[in-house]
Write a protein that binds this ligand. Structure first.
Ligand code: ASP
Ligand code: MG
Length: 418
């Protein structure tokens, strides 16, 4: 079995879906994981926000635009006005949910997951139906039936032992040899829909590859492969042909948008190679990631935006580090706040964290534990792996720098936003 993953950008219009067909044509023993089309997840986040704020009319308006966007893709694919009943019933279900289930702040994350999951359910339904109509027999899978996840909304991990028999049974029970499933979604033990974290479809594909012992996984993207820097931010970005799992996981963790950080572990555990290839050119090799590739030697530069700098001081000058670490991190864990960099002095601890809905609550809890806590929400995190003097001179020096950490391998800098 091979696993292919197509992100939102690669299926953002009918041409993208036709291109997907070209790429998978002739393949069998193939599991295809697809994200929501284009920017649908962002649109569904707006539906959720309007619903959360009690603005049901605005939520309905957003659903109308989502519907029109998908309908235009369907009509273009079929070359005429065409209805896919399963898509209509998904949209009707979304309307029903938003209009009849009252928002409950204590279950905000669960409501969010339920809303945004429609993006992948709709995209895979359209693609599966249309592929069948052009002669590609395929089996559509509701991944919520196969992926049992932690009870952790918005950022769940898939429970391998529980999920493996379900997915294997689904695959074994089908005559089709091409499978189409959603990225990004699963369900918790109580049956509620969960999501695996924004951009989590890569991780879904890796879990499928792991469970089905795939020979390889390929992510088809709108780039030539993995580059050493984001070309939109840094000049002279170059493609890297071979990467090892460890460098890749460091890159993804530092904020390289190319692959979700949770993707590598399931592949590494079974030594499954990962390809990142351009969907516009099936003959191009892209980047291959495996255990054997040598460390990269070009500097890799990653800018992670939307960070907050949380600074804690203990009021009684007790040593923050030794005694109080566990309290700090248990509070952050309780509010599911991810820390990307840690810096400490005798009495102060600075943490560069992801943006979160719960930062203010966490600060209150920390204050309750005797810390003076301040947040600077205006920061970004720059990471340079395999640095050299020229690269440091060009990118690392700035008056905006607030914290820098340097090891022989890596420089990491928290700086204020431009
Ligand atoms: N559609 C989801 C998102 O945009 C998952 C993904 O694209 O991987 O975050
Ligand atoms: Mg997406």
């Amino acid at each position: 079995m091979k696993v292919y993953k197509f992100g939102g950008a690669s299926v953002k219009d009918a041409a993208g879906v036709r291109n997907l067909h070209k790429i998978i044509e002739g393949e069998s023993e193939l599991f295809v994981i697809v994200s929501a089309m284009g920017k649908t997840t962002n649109a569904l986040e707006r539906v959720f926000e309007a619903y959360r704020d009690g603005n049901i009319e605005a939520a309905k308006g957003e659903i109308e635009s989502i519907t029109a966007y998908h309908q235009a893709i369907i009509d273009d694919l079929y070359g005429e006005q065409h209805t896919i009943p399963q898509v209509e019933s998904l949209i009707a279900e979304l309307h029903r949910f938003i209009e009849s289930v009252p928002f409950d702040a204590s279950r905000a994350e669960e409501r969010y997951d339920r809303t945004v999951a429609f993006g992948e359910l709709i995209s895979t339904t359209i693609i599966s139906e249309w592929l069948a109509s052009v002669g590609v027999a395929n089996h559509w899978i509701d991944m919520r039936r196969c992926f049992v996840t932690q009870f952790r909304h918005k950022d769940a991990n898939v429970l391998m032992d529980e999920s493996a028999p379900l997915l294997r049974r689904e695959v074994a029970g089908s005559m089709a040899r091409v499978f189409i499933g959603q990225g990004f979604i699963g369900s918790a033990a109580d049956g509620s829909t969960t999501t695996l974290g924004r951009e989590g479809s890569d991780y879904s594909a890796a879990v499928v590859a792991h469970i089905l012992d795939a020979e390889s996984m390929t992510v088809w993207k709108d780039v030539a492969g993995i580059l050493n820097a984001d070309p939109k931010i840094f000049e002279d970005a170059k493609k890297i042909d071979f990467l090892n799992y460890v460098d890749t996981i460091e890159l993804a963790y530092s904020g390289a948008q190319i692959i979700h950080p949770k993707t590598i572990k399931p592949l590494q555990n079974k030594q499954i190679p990962l390809y990142v290839r351009p969907f516009s050119d099936k003959s191009a090799a892209g980047t291959r990631i495996d255990a054997e590739a040598a460390n990269v030697t070009t500097p890799i530069i990653i800018l992670k935006r939307n960070q907050s700098l949380l600074t804690l001081r203990s009021r009684d000058l007790s040593f923050v580090l030794e005694e109080r670490f566990p309290i700090v991190f248990s509070i952050l864990e309780r509010f599911r706040i991810k820390t990307n960099l840690i810096h400490n002095t005798a009495v102060a601890l600075s943490l560069c964290t992801e943006e979160s809905w719960h930062l203010t609550e966490a600060v209150q809890a920390l204050q309750g534990e005797g810390f003076d806590a301040t947040i600077n929400a205006n920061v970004e995190l720059l990471t340079i792996h395999h640095h050299n003097p020229e690269c440091l001179a060009k990118y690392a020096e700035s008056e905006r720098n607030l914290i820098s950490q340097t090891t022989p391998e890596t420089v990491r800098i928290v700086r204020s936003k431009e």
